[in-house]
Design a protein. Structure first.
Length: 134
């Protein structure tokens, strides 16, 4: 998996997977290239798009949680036991493959948080952000 390093004079650099960066840029309708940057005067618009994306993702997470809760409340005792057994089996499969046990996946809004902070600080200092290979 390829990595992308984001940098700005306003903050320290951070690294994310290229696939994640591509998805973020796709979601906010901005072009992504292996190396690139965003000018200081364009950052407020990008920040607005990122915050809207984070809001949508949080709302999606809440909706999924509400649907799961509703499904569990409407389940019979046997269905609930079956769901718990299925979850236990899946957990065992994950552990036997040597993978780390992950209770909740990292959401997109959590992955974009460092970029949002970087852009906010870059706007405050009037500097651009850049990215490329680490």
């Amino acid at each position: 998996m390829a990595l992308v390093q984001f940098s700005s004079l306003a903050t320290g650099p951070f690294i994310m997977f290229r696939e994640t960066a591509e998805r973020i840029f796709h979601e906010i309708n901005e072009p992504f290239h292996e190396m690139g940057g965003i000018a200081a005067d364009e950052l407020p618009l990008v920040l607005e798009k990122l915050k809207e994306l984070a809001k949508r993702d949080r709302e999606s997470e809440l909706k999924e949680a509400a649907e799961l809760e509703k499904r569990l409340r409407n389940a019979t005792y046997d269905e609930e036991l079956r769901q718990k057994e299925d979850a236990a089996l899946e957990s065992e499969k994950t552990e036997t493959r040597g993978a780390a046990k992950e209770k909740q996946p990292v959401r997109l809004y959590q992955r974009i948080a460092p970029l949002v902070v970087m852009i906010e600080r870059a706007i405050a200092r009037g500097v651009p952000i850049t990215w490329g290979r680490p």
